[in-house]
Design a protein around this ligand. Structure first.
Ligand SMILES: *Cc1c(COP(=O)(O)O)cnc(C)c1O
Length: 235
């Protein structure tokens, strides 16, 4: 997007979200935008921040830590970890992020809980669910979700906020909605099971399927290319 500034594409993304919420008969404040800044330079994050964006999503730990270090003057920025999470990364994630969207096994949750620094608020977490049962290897199965949620709710340094999914891309709006509808009903199930937990988050929808996700109740849509343009290949 050579002639479009980040401020402009961010404004377009906001309008797109507002329009999608209105079309779904939902309140304009019902969902928010997570700016996915993976592979984008710190300067781009800074521009989006200057245009009012506060929540940023990163997938690759080292890249994220480097970026955070050069942006530590940005007060009020909120970092979400949305990439695959292995045991050897949990400590840095527990120390440097406010949210994690990709918990799919109890072992990772237990480590994050133990490693979350006492001086920080509990870590907000979403469980990643493999609803479409597609090729993707990550995500807990719907069958194993209740047991994982039970384990996470019991961890004092984690705050279970909801569910996340990353379905296989599709151009068909009806097919796009199916996994999102399933995620929504799984969240309903968890709300009944854990009425005390602050389960208010459905992290679903990206640049290609935001509208379908919003129709099915998304509260947080994760937009990368729609805000920052195409990603360069990873170095
Ligand atoms: C890259 C990524 C996104 C953003 O995807 P776009 O198609 O660029 O909007 C959202 N969620 C996750 C988990 C991602 O890895």
């Amino acid at each position: 997007m050579p002639d479009v500034t980040i401020a402009e594409s961010l404004e377009r993304a906001r309008q797109r979200l507002t329009h999608a919420l209105a079309s779904a008969g939902r309140d304009g404040e019902d969902a928010c935008l997570l700016a996915v800044s993976k592979t984008q330079p710190a300067a781009s994050v800074r521009q989006a921040f200057a245009a009012g964006q506060r929540a940023f999503g990163e997938n690759y730990l080292q890249e994220a830590l480097d970026k955070q270090a050069s942006l530590d003057d940005l007060e009020g920025i909120v970092w979400h970890f949305i990439g695959p999470l292995q045991s050897n990364k949990t400590r840095a994630v527990a120390e440097h992020f406010q949210w994690v969207h990709t918990i799919d096994r109890a072992r990772i949750a237990t480590r994050l809980d133990a490693q979350r620094p006492a001086a920080l608020e509990p870590l907000n977490v979403c469980l990643q669910v493999n609803v479409s049962g597609e090729a993707s290897k990550s995500g807990v199965t719907p069958e194993a979700l209740p047991a994982l949620a039970d384990a996470v709710v019991a961890l004092p340094r984690l705050r279970l906020r909801g569910l996340m999914t990353l379905p296989a891309p599709s151009d068909d709006p009806a097919a796009q909605r199916r996994p999102f509808a399933e995620l929504r009903s799984l969240l309903e199930m968890l709300r009944q099971r854990h009425p005390q937990a602050p389960l208010d988050t459905l992290s679903m929808g990206m640049s290609g399927d935001l509208e379908a996700a919003v129709l099915e109740g998304a509260t947080l849509v994760r937009l990368g290319t729609a805000i920052f343009g195409n990603r360069a290949p990873r170095p």
